[in-house]
Design a protein around this ligand. Structure first.
Ligand code: FES
Length: 88
């Protein structure tokens, strides 16, 4: 199963990030992966607070940490990483 995993997305589900946008961002990411049928290739999971709350909502994609992620900038973050980079 892990042989198909090529990327990871970690979303902070600590109370601050969750209430400030990651609850909605979680759904946006799920829809993005589903629309492109790449769910099986992405290790997508949540984690608890890692003390970056003042810069949240926080999402990590592979080795990059994205701060202040909102529904208005999340789509471009995902598109830049997974579509334009053609990294799948
Ligand atoms: S709740 Fe996300 S970094 Fe603290």
């Amino acid at each position: 199963m892990e042989a198909n995993i090529s990327h990871k997305i970690l979303i902070c589900l600590g109370s601050s990030c969750h209430s400030r946008g990651n609850a909605e961002n979680l759904k946006i990411i799920q829809d993005f992966l589903k629309e492109r049928d790449i769910e099986s290739r992405i290790d997508f999971r949540g984690h608890l607070c890692n003390e970056l709350c003042n810069r949240g909502p926080v999402i990590e994609i592979d080795d990059s940490v994205f701060e202040e992620v909102t529904k208005s900038n999340l789509e471009s973050i995902l598109t830049n990483h997974f579509d334009k980079a053609a990294c799948l």
